[in-house]
Ligand binder design. Structure first.
Ligand code: HEC
Length: 99
């Protein structure tokens, strides 16, 4: 009985821990995104394009589509997760759309 409750306690702690890691990953763009962006996205335009007047992107969905458009044009073959991460990265630093 005692051992069971210790195990149960440990299990719950692990689950809670995982829960907060996932929540953080969603709120904050990952280092992966920053690295992908720095390595691939600075060749044609700098960050001025994201904050200029009359910018093309007007929503978070639109931002993900545009990231994918540039990514595909570059032939990068990113995973969907990478596209979402980089869109979140740009949203966090520049666009600041509400989800
Ligand atoms: C080969 C050149 C090139 C590279 C490299 C490039 N882009 Fe672009 N990007 C463009 C062009 C061209 C536009 C459209 C500019 C316009 O219409 O004024 C654009 C526009 C954008 C916009 C929309 C800006 C707005 O007006 O709101 C985003 C977001 C964007 N790019 C993200 C990225 C990301 C992320 C990467 C890296 C995967 C990337 N770009 C790499 C050429 C490039």
């Amino acid at each position: 009985m005692k051992i069971q409750s210790i195990l149960l306690g440990a299990g719950t702690a692990v689950l809670l821990g995982l829960g907060s890691v996932t929540a953080q990953a969603q709120a904050q763009p990952t280092e992966n995104a920053e690295q992908l962006y720095d390595e691939n996205c600075l060749g044609c335009h700098g960050s001025e394009i994201y904050t200029r007047e009359g910018r093309m992107v007007t929503s978070l969905d639109g931002l993900e589509r545009q990231v994918q458009r540039c990514e595909t044009a570059l032939g990068l073959r990113w995973f969907d997760e990478d596209i979402k991460d980089v869109a979140a990265y740009l949203n966090h630093h520049f666009y600041q759309f509400e989800r």
